[in-house]
Ligand binder design. Structure first.
Ligand SMILES: *Cc1c(COP(=O)(O)O)cnc(C)c1O
Ligand code: SF4
Length: 350
């Protein structure tokens, strides 16, 4: 009984922390002692994609520094309101890859389930910031349709839970979903794409670890972190618990101007990840989503940064530099000597 009470407490804790996350721009600015002159722009940009940041994550930011790399990921800016050619609302072709509501199918053997539109943090560069999650229709009905489709398609061996952030579902909802996936005989691996072990580490409950450890499906958790400072002691502890549950841990990052656009910062991130038992997987070029152009770096800069990284770190600590091009059979590797992005086609090569 004690264990049950304890797991109930853990569940209550992360939900409380999530409910208490900062949503008002003025609160974030005041918390960090930042000038209120940033407020009008923050309010205007937050109307398009609202501000959301867990308090413990905000506490990792440097007070008084408007350029703090963690702050830049969450603070709405006036730059988001400008339109740029080549930046659109659906830069990676999610609309076309939708097989049935909630199920994205782009690559052989893998299918991606959009299990929720909710996140614990709103990343300003998010490629799904305009995605029509259709939150009005019951997620439950959509999930049923997607599960039926998965069950019929024997070519899928790996299912990816994504969103939004799948770990905003609670343990009971996840257990129900994982139970249904486990019953689909041809599935072998269960992958979660989540930022919560980084931005809301209390979400990694004993119950979650137990669920992943006892599933027939081999569990993989791909976290997202963009800067070494995001790996707080609490986050490291959460990752260690997942590792203890035999979960394979990988990280994907997005290359972002003003956040991680130097070889030093990228190397620090890889080292910090490794210390937490996480291997860097992908370094994504920014998806060209409207409102995020101020984070963009050319492909030439990106490949030079990764070349520098390669000359400093063991190969397993160098993430694969990729970009997503709609219609391609995989995430596209960006070659070291790729030309500058200005020379690249504006429209996808299909
Ligand atoms: C990125 C993505 C995947 C996963 O690709 P991997 O190269 O296996 O990490 C799968 N499905 C969709 C729709 C994706 O966007
Ligand atoms: S956690 Fe992921 S899905 Fe959610 S806002 Fe950030 S990048 Fe987008």
């Amino acid at each position: 009984m004690l264990a049950r009470t304890e797991s109930g407490c853990q569940d209550a804790l992360w939900k409380r922390e999530l409910a208490a996350a900062i949503t008002r721009p003025e609160e974030l600015l005041d918390e960090l002692g930042l000038d209120r002159c940033l407020l009008p722009a923050a309010r205007a940009a937050a109307k398009r994609f609202n501000l959301l940041v867990p308090r413990d994550f905000a506490a990792l930011m440097e007070p008084g520094d408007p350029d703090d790399p963690l702050l830049r990921q969450v603070l709405p800016l006036a730059a988001e309101l400008c339109d740029h050619p080549g930046f659109s609302n659906d830069p990676v072709g999610d609309g076309d890859a939708l097989q049935t509501p909630g199920l994205l199918r782009k690559y052989r053997g893998r299918a991606l389930l959009v299990v929720t539109g909710a996140c614990a943090i709103h990343c300003r560069y998010c490629f799904r910031r305009h995605f029509a999650y259709d939150e009005g229709s019951a997620m439950h009905d959509r999930a049923e349709g997607a599960l039926e489709r998965l069950a019929r398609d024997r070519s899928v061996s790996e299912v990816i839970l994504s969103g939004g952030d799948p770990l905003t579902l609670d343990d009971a909802a996840l257990a129900a979903l994982v139970g249904k996936l486990t019953a689909i005989g041809h599935l072998r691996r269960l992958r979660l794409h989540t930022r919560l072990p980084i931005v809301l580490p209390s979400r990694v409950t004993d119950e979650l670890c137990r669920l992943l450890a006892t599933s027939r499906l081999k569990p993989i958790v791909v976290v997202q972190a963009n800067h070494a400072r995001e790996l707080s002691p609490a986050s490291r502890h959460a990752l260690a618990r997942l590792r203890a549950a035999d979960v394979v841990l990988l990280c994907q990052s997005v290359l972002l101007k003003g956040v991680n656009d130097s070889a030093d910062r990228l190397a620090d991130l890889s080292e910090a990840l490794f210390e937490s038992g996480v291997l860097p997987y992908y370094l994504h070029l920014l998806d060209r989503v409207s409102g995020a152009a101020h984070f963009d770096l050319g492909m030439g800069v990106a490949s030079r940064l990764v070349a520098l990284l390669r000359s400093r770190l063991p190969g397993y600590l160098v993430p694969r530099l990729v970009r997503e091009v709609a219609g391609r059979p995989c995430k596209d590797p960006v070659e070291q000597n790729a030309g500058d992005r200005s020379a690249a086609p504006e429209t996808p090569l299909v």
